[in-house]
Write a protein that binds this ligand. Sequence first.
Ligand code: BG6
Ligand code: MG
Length: 215
Amino acid sequence: MIKACLFDLDGVIVDTAKYHYIAWRELANELGFEFTETDNERLKGVSRMTSLNILLEIGGVNLSDEEKLRLAEKKNENYRTFILKMQPDEILDGAKELLLELKDKGVKIALGSASKNAMTILDRLELTHLFEAIIDGTKVSKAKPDPEVFLKGAEALGVKPEECVVFEDAEAGVEAALAGQMRCVGIGSTDVLGKANLVIDGLHQMSYKKLMELN
Ligand code: BG6
Ligand code: MG
């Protein structure tokens, strides 16, 4: 019996990848190499530090841990100038409608995101009040594909993992959901998210009725 939905944020509720891309590209250019949109695909769902390590690997750059921390912080400051200007009209098609419908039907809702900026983004989008629990990058120690973020979400909602459906756009996120014994709806392409129970283009293709069909 499905009682709760756990939503990833970046790529599911809002497209922040474009802002991450600009900020990472600027950093790469400062370090003297190119960073393409294809490269950026590798950073989806991945933590900030792991993203930086992938970027440095692409550029063939070796740095001390101290320097890495400084650059990750610098990238984040740049990224935050974009997200602080976000508006509710940037919510992806169908996301708010689905959250409202689920709430109306009594389905519990939590956020399960790797981002340490999740609260800022939800506030800017005026969505914070729709989540009963928010588990973000400040509350987890193990990154997806570890199920920690979703297990903590289920616990906070007072439901069992088997009663949860996760919505994810990253392969590591789908793996995290399945590792946590939850069902998963992939947002994106079946090539990448084929392990999910169902793959759709976006939340505009989901409804309470379709959710119950996953039971
Ligand atoms: C994930 C994004 O949701 O959050 C990743 O898909 C990002 O691209 C990660 O690196 C961490 O985000 P932040 O906001 O803490 O740097
Ligand atoms: Mg995501």
